[in-house]
Design a protein around this ligand. Structure first.
Ligand SMILES: Cc1cc2nc3c(=O)[nH]c(=O)nc-3n(C[C@H](O)[C@H](O)[C@H](O)COP(=O)(O)OP(=O)(O)OC[C@H]3O[C@@H](n4cnc5c(N)ncnc54)[C@H](O)[C@@H]3O)c2cc1C
Length: 439
């Protein structure tokens, strides 16, 4: 279906709400706006990618050959048309003219806006390395990347993945499952160093190397070398190690797409700065998702973005000024890895300080590990490997800031045991009962 392009127009009260970016945040915002009692009369969504919004998270199972591309679609273009939402795809917003409340796109369209939401996400961060522009060097961010990697994997041969975080691990395992010989290079001394402690990272490494994945930690890259015909031939490490590869994936992190905000003269630090109602320094312009910065926080997982969406949708549709919408509040996020056969769950700090009470359960034969960090009886961090069923319960306790002192002895065993202890400790006849007796 051809998109209906709004007319070139000067700002007026009928100007649409324009959302830049049809990614996960931009799309979720449309869904949330349509559920409001008084949704905006006219919504326009402009997205640079040619496909309508899809579940980016599922690019990993797609690359691993566990899903079909069409299963990732969130809503197709017909759905947008049925909702009366104008969807303009394959078009990049290039300029915002704030004084006229207009924007221009790469296709030469000029649109007026009443309110504008920037949901431009982020792009893969690139290390300062020679050879990044060679053919055969990929990122892993969108459907085109997944398709290009799938095509490269079909030719077989060796791949090198740069980055031992969530994304790098999922890319490496995807290529390995498609038959490539894969080596992953991690600059830190352990995999997923932001989420896992040494023990859990070691267990993960043993599992993955057992499947045939090469893992190099403390790996420092000197260059990506070419085959003298413009294609990548391999990766050379600073210690001289040579890793031949026809495919190199860079997955070291993300950089917020904040240029549009910067060009428009909005407040931008590491990303587009927003307040707790997601407003930028211009009250008619909002930003959310990976392109925004709230306090000093940047975003790379969807959970906090979903909460931003709810706040912004309610704020944009709130007609009554004296009924303010509750603002966005930062809160911790838990991490899971999407590699089949590997179960891990983590949140909070990985390194204990002298005030942490550290509880550990480790059964190497069963491949199970749980480590909890408590401060003054309250859970601050957890790393679970193997059986992760307790993860959401631990996370809920941490979010609630619940004092777990009375169930400390049962904490590593299961939610039922711990809850029973906490409940019994709250019954009138057991207030002061020692934990051991209650157990
Ligand atoms: C492979 C992979 C696996 C992931 N797995 C997980 C996971 O397991 N759990 C989790 O929580 N998160 C995961 N993430 C992260 C999650 O996908 C992102 O946090 C989320 O997509 C961010 O949403 P966003 O809308 O801010 O950005 P995006 O989804 O990237 O959307 C931004 C959109 O804006 C478009 N755009 C940018 N600039 C312009 C412009 N000037 N004009 C028009 N359009 C523009 C982009 O093309 C893009 O389509 C994963 C990400 C990847 C890549």
């Amino acid at each position: 279906m051809r998109p209906r392009h709004p007319d070139t127009s000067a700002p007026n009260s009928d100007a649409p709400l324009v959302i830049v970016g049809n990614g996960m945040a931009g799309h979720r915002l449309v869904e949330a706006l349509l559920k409001q009692a008084a949704p905006p009369r006219h919504i326009v969504v402009i997205g640079e990618e040619r496909s309508p919004a899809y579940n980016r998270i599922l690019l990993s199972p797609l690359l691993a050959g566990e899903m079909e591309a069409n299963a990732l679609t969130l809503r197709n273009a017909d759905w947008y048309a049925e909702q009366g939402v104008t969807l303009m795809l394959g078009e990049r917003v290039e300029h915002i003219h704030r004084e006229r409340q207009q924007l221009t796109t790469s296709a030469g369209h000029t649109l007026g806006y009443g309110q504008l939401v920037l949901a431009t996400g982020s792009r893969p961060a690139m290390p300062p390395l020679p050879g990044l522009d060679l053919e055969g060097v990929y990122a892993f961010r969108d459907l085109d990347d997944a398709a290009a990697l799938t095509k490269a994997a079909a030719k077989g041969g060796n791949a090198v993945v740069i980055g031992g975080g969530l994304l790098g691990l999922e890319a490496a395992e995807g290529l390995r499952k498609r038959g490539m010989g894969v080596t992953l290079i991690q600059r830190d001394d352990r995999l997923m160093n932001r989420q896992l402690d040494d023990t859990a990272a070691g267990m993960l490494e043993v599992e993955l190397t057992g499947r045939g994945l090469g893992v190099i930690t403390n790996g420092h890259i000197a260059e990506l070398a070419d085959d003298r015909q413009g294609r990548v031939a391999g990766v050379r490490l600073e210690d001289g190690t040579w890793l031949p590869a026809t495919c190199v994936v860079v997955a070291i992190g993300i950089a917020p797409n904040a240029e549009l905000g910067r060009q428009a003269g909005l407040g931008v630090e590491r990303a587009i700065v927003v307040d707790d109602h997601l407003a930028t320094s211009d009250p008619a312009i909002f930003a959310l998702g990976e392109c925004c910065q709230f306090d000093s926080n940047l975003y790379g997982l969807v959970e906090p973005i979903w909460r931003q969406v709810e706040v912004l949708a309610a704020h944009l549709c709130s007609a009554v000024e004296d009924e303010p919408v509750a603002g966005y509040v930062e809160s911790p996020t838990a991490t899971k890895l999407k590699i089949s056969g590997v179960s891990l769950y983590a949140f909070g700090p990985t390194d204990a300080d002298e005030h942490h009470d550290v509880l550990v359960y480790h059964d190497p034969d069963q491949g199970e590990y749980r480590r909890l960090l408590l401060r003054d009886g309250r859970l601050e961090g957890a790393v679970l490997y193997g059986d992760t069923s307790m993860g959401p319960w631990y996370f809920a306790q941490a979010l609630a800031g619940r004092d777990l002192t009375l169930c400390r002895s049962a904490l590593l065993l299961g939610a039922a045991d711990a809850d029973a202890l906490l409940d019994s400790s709250q019954s009138p006849d057991s207030t002061n009962r020692p934990v051991k007796e209650a157990a």
